[in-house]
Design a protein around this ligand. Structure first.
Ligand SMILES: [Mg+2]
Length: 177
């Protein structure tokens, strides 16, 4: 796999079809970025569709570990709120945090995927650790200054690759009933 090429590219996490894109691929463990992946950078909230998706994925048997470069108390607060293990101050893209996260949830390289919104940390780090990466568009435009600079590089690398659109959660919910 090319180090900077995401294995899949989605508009947001709720675009990932839990049955098809996770369980159907044998991916039952997810190492999950926080900022602008599940938590908005501007208002620090988990959007409703994201919260619903996380609940549905866990009901379906997917195990999550939060892996974040954030140095504040956000990862641990969120981990407690969501009852998910956490690897904070992860120093992504260095591989050790991904390996630690995988161990925390009992995953292996065969059944684990990294999901995050940045090429230089989440995608590069996942691939350096020998894991596949699902990249998401950031939840909001606002981000740290150095991240915004990197976004210009991301745009060049991603070229005209178009993110896969959101699935219709209402329809999916209906299908499950
Ligand atoms: Mg992020």
């Amino acid at each position: 796999m090319a180090l900077l090429t995401p294995d899949r590219y989605f508009s947001r996490i709720s675009s990932v079809d839990i049955d098809r894109d996770l369980l159907g691929c044998g991916r039952t463990h997810v190492l999950l970025d926080i900022d602008n992946t599940i938590l908005t950078r501007d208002t620090h909230e988990i959007p409703r569709d994201v919260g619903m998706w996380l609940g549905r994925a866990r009901e379906a048997g997917v195990a999550f570990c939060l892996v974040s470069n954030n140095w504040h108390d956000t990862p641990h607060r969120l981990g407690a709120e969501l009852a998910m293990p956490v690897v904070a101050k992860a120093m992504k893209p260095l591989p050790p945090a991904f390996i630690a996260g995988m161990r925390k949830v009992g995953g292996t390289r065969r059944d684990t995927v990294v999901i995050g919104d940045q090429l230089a940390t989440d995608v590069l780090g996942a691939h350096a650790a020998g894991l596949p990466a699902y990249m998401l568009q950031p939840l909001v435009e606002q981000d740290l200054p150095h991240t915004l600079l990197l976004r210009n590089v991301e745009r060049v690398i991603l070229g005209d690759r178009v993110p896969e659109p959101a699935v219709n959660i209402q329809k999916t919910e209906g299908e499950r009933l």
